[in-house]
Design a protein around this ligand. Sequence first.
Ligand code: ASP
Length: 342
Amino acid sequence: MKTKADILLIYTGGTIGMIKDFETGALKAFNFDELLQNIPELKLLEHKIDTVSFERPIDSSNMKPEFWLQIAYLIEENYESYDGFVVLHGSDTMSYSSSALSFMFENLTKPVIFTGSQLPIGDLRTDAKENLITSIQIAGLQRYGQPVINEVCLYFEYKLYRANRTTKINAEHFQAFSSPNYPALVESGVHLSVNHEALWKPNRRRKMKLHPELNDQIALIKIFPGINRSLLEHIFAKEDLKGVILETYGSGNAPTEEWFVKLLKDSVAKGIIVVNVTQCSGGSVNMGQYETSSQLKKIGVVSGKDITTEAAVVKLMYLLAQDLSPKVFKTIFETSLRGEML
Ligand code: ASP
């Protein structure tokens, strides 16, 4: 049985490969070959590692759907030739990108692991080496001749998470991510401890399919006490607006003021998809539990359940590109497609 895996390492940018600009003191991306020279340990791994880099590595604050596609095509083109993929990416928008790829790939039967670091790989105290090396080891895990991980994941600071369950929670700590509503898939200690129960179970008879289309005609609105009426009315009046993620309070609660409910009601009636996602980092939307969410349920607002905002944004983009009727859209959005919600 094969124990050595072939891994493709894709470098998109991020702190992991940055160095300090001597003049300004700011971190900027540098050459990928230099990045590899900083990790001679890679040569000690039992797996075969090939690398490919974005022509111009980016800080992930500059990420956008066309770059997600670039990563997705790189994986699709090389899908048959490799056992697993590790994507080096800035941590700032890593949860968005990895969630996006989780929806774009249907029937994934190989690991796609996003990782990065809080400190550049050349820094003495860097967290990059552990993140990178363990990501490669996890991507190479096999059982009965098949990959152990068959989904898009995010590895950071000793934990592997389902990507579309993650959110960046800290700009300072090495533990920069959390997965508030789903357990870690692997924990790295003296051994790699795999939570087999929590892993995505693929159907290996189905062929992997890439869905490259995304619709970005969406808005993300976080409500707050005193939110401005005319601003909201302007947003919802935008001609080609197709969907809105509404970040509400607690278990999906929002003001019951007449103008607010009417605005949502008219927008839903016009065919704009409104998804209710909680501002809380953990827990779930449960429309109807309080009077302040019953009105949203009544007018046809979609429940985001326990989805993260990051996953909700990209799931909305993904499903809007599929031209579904509002009724079917609601049913599909409220269904777990890649393990992103209950
Ligand atoms: N600004 C960086 C980025 O997201 C931060 C990081 O890599 O951790 O590209």
